[in-house]
Design a protein around this ligand. Sequence first.
Ligand code: ATP
Ligand code: MG
Ligand code: MG
Length: 469
Amino acid sequence: MELDKMDENDWKYHGEGNKSLVVSHLQHSRVLRLLKYPSEDAEQSHQTTEQAHRHIQNIVDFSNNIMKPLLGEKYIHSGEIVKLPLDFVRLLSLKIQQERPELRCDKVMDTFSGCALCLPNLTQFNSCHFGDQRPPICVEIKPKCGFLPFSRHFTKDCKRKVCRFCMHQHLKLASGKWKRLSRYCPLDLFSGNKQRMYIAIKHLLEEPQNNFKIFKGGELIFSCTDDMEKEPDLSALAQQLRPYFPHASGLYNGYQPGKAVLNEFIQVICSALLSGWDCSRAGEPRKVHLPEGRAHCEASPLHRDLVRNGNHCLPKDCVLARILQTQMLDSLDIEGIYPLYKRIEQHLEEYPKERSRLQIDGPYNEGFLEKLKNCPSEDDGSVEYAVGKVHQYRAAMTAKDCSIMITLARCGENEVLEPNLEINPSKPRFSYSVSILDLDPKPYEAIPYQFKLDSKIVNYYLRSTHAKQ
Ligand code: ATP
Ligand code: MG
Ligand code: MG
């Protein structure tokens, strides 16, 4: 990529979240991730080039130095900062504007700084294609928090029984963010139990919201629709996936063939989520057992027997286990973190220079990771304890907000694969790669907001469910 010869016609709109907008290259397997600002005060609120550069450098450092050691090297591509010509960025912004979904247009793309993050395009298969003509399929899952909090700092008992995602659904419905409740429950996905995982993914297909997307050959083919009243078209999806599951289509011909295709598709996703066991080591993969009583959410629509009697553990190195373990660094819950935040604020009022020693706003380097890892297990009243816990909380928050990308390609029928690239040898043969993206640091300043939001979610949940009983 020659930065001085950038042409907006080589790039197209790819997707966006709340904080950044992504464009992909038409030929090369690369994306650019640009910052976004609220549109009403874009002129005032945009950062200077220097600030934007610092901001993106923090994202790269946090991903490389903090999240990589916690989540595992092989899942993470941190990317590199690029400085783009401003003319290119302005033309690009105009070009993509009409393709942006309406619900994201409260913010505008940064056209002032010229800074962006360049990353591999994870919706495409970067290595060779195994001789197959069918373009790769990529599934993106934003799994959210996979356990019930276990802190003793709660004020509301329901937090021990119902997970954050399921509670938050009620507030999102009331605020008009979504038109239907999602039946997805993260605790089912993270359960490691194949049946529960299957149902969790089925619920994501039925109501993807912003937790589930599918790309084919790098193009988005399935996600929440702009018209939120409309339900997702699963038979159209099955039609798109049919070439990848010829066996399923043939077998069930005439008898709901779409169901058989989706069924096999979900099973392939489950296998990829549970894979990651290093084949070079002998014996069975080591397992991570889920904490008793924290792996079941009472709001999940699953039958109780399935939840109680199934086996619940994750292979140690699978992507779900790595994400869950990082999420569980949040051991105090926001209700336990908020008082520690206030302890730090008080300390900084007295000793403002300590802010940099304590690395409150970074830099996100080994020193930050040390503070996070070496935090005393008991509160000794020190500011060091408070900082260690807050750093842990922030890494956990990032892990609660990341996305998993699973890229699948059909293998040619006669090809021999390395054993760890192959899943489900008896089923259709896929090679796959699993990555984690969106590992931005969550700001320290957001803790008071998180505290308020948490009580709003819990109180609304209690009111809305009690009213129905
Ligand atoms: P959120 O609101 O979830 O915090 P965000 O604003 O931080 O999102 P990202 O999640 O990083 O932004 O990117 C938005 C979307 O762009 C992703 O959901 C994904 O579909 C796509 N995307 C981001 N990075 C890549 C990549 N490296 N390859 C392919 N697609 C990507
Ligand atoms: Mg995201
Ligand atoms: Mg993000």
